[in-house]
Design a protein around this ligand. Structure first.
Ligand SMILES: NC(=O)C1=CN([C@@H]2O[C@H](COP(=O)(O)OP(=O)(O)OC[C@H]3O[C@@H](n4cnc5c(N)ncnc54)[C@H](OP(=O)(O)O)[C@@H]3O)[C@@H](O)[C@H]2O)C=CC1
Ligand SMILES: N[C@@H](CC=O)C(=O)O
Length: 430
């Protein structure tokens, strides 16, 4: 039996769903000869672990209890010590919580290495949406640990940090960072490693924006559908990450870096759907949801009405939302329900998506136009949280390789994370 010890950073929507998936797949994994042993779970304020990670793990019942506590909105602090399970509380200092985790990981690795040299210590799974985990992740990759990410932030901070994180490519997986559970990253890696150069990626990669804009065009108030998308688990913990285009920009950066482009977030221009005074630095999330968001309803509706009275459709692009002619290339993408957002690294825009057979929006990364140029264009699918990605390479030049399906939601995201963890099993002890 292959034993894979796991430390899960987060116990939010995706984290809890992952624990449920792990528990419900016990029989399946057992038939496959794998045992996923959860040895630690933490949230932003506390950590639950066991002392002897070689012998014990957090039992399934305890994990379910932990999920229940977190679903009710409480902190892991609310859990009592039970048997081998110990709860560590960090009241104020986040730095301390980071140190606590690092000490834990270090201890696990030292303990493992004492008995099993040359083997991987544990898998650190980051399903948070925090950039506070970056420092820890950069440390653990040096401790012979594996890293699995749903969190996009560690891959989209500085290039130096990115390089560190991916310095052991066999030990890192991050499928769920782009397209949730869809096999986007692994497909691109397979194509690249076979020496087949990718020259264009086009796609629609925001489940939230696709859902929101389609519902709004269907007559529902903007604020209502953003809240619905949040309840459905499509949005980022702070939906402003979606509405500002930042979430898509992060996906674009992850893909661009995967293709070898040495670029940073500041190379990607985004245009937000809300004004600066409603940004996270100015307004709390609670205030934004309660007051900011509803105050945008009229403006968004007005733009939609204007667009329809002009015979146009709404298009979200480099200057935010704008109208495009219904019979224009963009307007035809998906009937009258069309939204487009362009995130571009060069100023020049290419609407290469215009003749696309699926008539859906695109995120587009083109390269090879000029040596330094990378172009990212995004245009959103209306009517669903589904995403679609086309990959053009030498082997897939006329007919692109297409990946399509649900691209947001806790279930599919956690499934992607689980598949990533299992993909690492060869590095662990039999
Ligand atoms: N939902 C989706 O469709 C997809 C989501 N993702 C990514 O998955 C991630 C999780 O999303 P979601 O589950 O909705 O988010 P939630 O807000 O529901 O959960 C985030 C969790 O992370 C914990 N956390 C915050 N800071 C830290 C920290 N420093 N150390 C450890 N844990 C921490 C939070 O703790 P606390 O409970 O104390 O606040 C919370 O439990 C995001 O990065 C998102 O981008 C990726 C693809 C698709
Ligand atoms: N908030 C994201 C979720 C996946 O990354 C989206 O809406 O696509």
């Amino acid at each position: 039996m292959v034993n894979i010890p796991l430390l899960l950073m987060s116990c939010g929507g995706v984290g809890r769903q992952l624990l449920h998936h792990i528990i419900s797949c016990r029989d399946l994994h057992s038939k496959q000869g794998v045992r996923l042993r959860v040895v630690g779970v933490c949230d932003s304020k506390s950590m639950v672990t066991i002392q002897d990670v070689l012998t014990f793990e957090l039992g399934d019942e305890y994990l379910l209890q932990l999920c229940k506590v977190k679903s009710s909105g409480s902190s892991l602090n609310g859990l009592a010590n039970f048997g081998e399970c110990q709860v560590f509380r960090v009241k104020k200092s986040r730095r301390k919580s980071w140190m606590l985790l690092l000490l834990f990981v270090d201890r696990v690795v030292q303990t493992n290495f004492r008995f099993m040299p040359n083997l991987i210590g544990l898998v650190v799974v980051d399903c948070s949406a925090s950039s506070q985990t970056i420092a820890l992740l950069n440390q653990v990759v040096n401790l012979y640990c594996c890293v699995v990410l749903a969190n996009k932030k560690p891959l989209t901070s500085s290039l130096e940090s990115y390089d560190k994180l991916v310095s052991h490519p066999r030990r890192i997986r991050h499928e769920s960072t782009v397209g949730a559970g869809l096999p986007v990253i692994s497909t691109i890696n397979r194509i690249l490693s076979s020496g087949d150069p990718i020259f264009r990626i086009m796609g629609s990669l925001s489940g939230t924006l696709g859902y929101v804009m389609s519902q709004v065009e269907g007559g529902r108030p903007f604020s209502q559908v953003v809240n619905a998308a949040k309840s459905l688990g499509y949005t980022e913990p702070d939906p402003r990450d979606d509405l500002s285009g930042m979430d898509v920009a992060r996906k674009a950066l992850i893909l661009a870096r995967l293709l070898g482009h040495r670029i940073n977030m500041d190379s990607i221009k985004v245009e937000s759907l809300y004004p600066v005074e409603m940004g996270p630095d100015v307004m709390s999330l609670e205030e934004f949801l309660a007051n900011g968001l509803p105050s945008l309803d009229k403006d968004i509706q007005k733009r939609i009405d204007n667009a329809s009275s002009n015979g146009n459709v709404l298009d979200m692009c480099e200057v935010g939302i704008q109208e495009v002619a219904k019979d224009s290339a963009l307007g035809r993408l998906k009937g009258s329900d069309n939204v487009c957002e362009r995130l571009f690294i060069t100023i020049e825009l290419v609407l290469a998506s215009s003749a696309h057979v699926f008539r859906v929006g695109k995120l587009e990364i083109l390269h090879g136009i000029q040596s330094e140029e990378v172009l990212v264009v995004m245009d959103l699918v209306i009517g669903m949280e589904e995403v679609l990605l086309e990959i053009y390479s030498r082997c897939y030049s006329e007919q692109p390789l297409v990946i399509q399906g649900a691209g947001a939601g806790n279930d599919t995201t956690a499934a992607g994370v689980l598949a990533d963890i299992l993909d690492l099993q060869d590095l662990f002890q039999h």
